[in-house]
Design a binder for this molecule. Structure first.
Ligand SMILES: [Zn+2]
Length: 153
């Protein structure tokens, strides 16, 4: 965190976003869960889409999951997307949708880190890692799980 973080940061528009990022700052992955019917949901929202309850809680999950799907971004044409006209060494960027089994299969959108994009496959096991990108914001990202024995559950 020595250099200024110059990528887009989350903004707290949506109900519950701040709660989500307060948890990641503590290096906890918490998923919003309906306090009435128990359904998990992501991204955070005010009302349960199943039972319309306004009551929710933030349930900590292990951060282990599987790759539901992913895409590899290899760069942008600077004139078409100026905000992403970063140096070539920042690419490729892997955008991933992770399925979280201990949140009833809820999907979370993130990035893969420390991986060979060419070696990724749908269904691979992953785990969350936390990147403290500013004093206020910690981003949850995912990496492949080397050891499938899940030793540190
Ligand atoms: Zn509900």
């Amino acid at each position: 965190m020595t250099e200024k973080y110059d990528r887009p940061l989350p903004r707290f528009y949506a109900e519950g976003s701040r709660d989500f990022y307060e948890a990641t700052k503590r290096h906890e992955l918490r998923i919003q869960q309906c306090a009435e019917c128990g359904r998990f949901r992501f991204p955070p929202q005010l009302m349960c889409p199943s039972c319309r309850s306004m009551k929710s809680q933030w349930t900590q999950v292990s951060g282990r999951g599987t790759i539901h799907t992913f895409t590899v971004v290899r760069g942008y044409e600077p004139r078409s997307v100026p905000m992403f006209s970063w140096p070539a060494e920042r690419y490729p960027i892997v955008v991933v949708i992770v399925e979280l089994p201990d949140a009833d299969g809820t999907h979370i959108v993130s990035n893969m880190v420390d991986c060979d994009p060419e070696a990724l496959e749908i269904g691979m096991p992953v785990e969350v890692v936390f990147e403290d990108v500013t004093d206020e914001i910690t981003l949850p990202k995912f990496r492949l799980v080397d050891d499938v024995s899940q030793e540190s559950a």
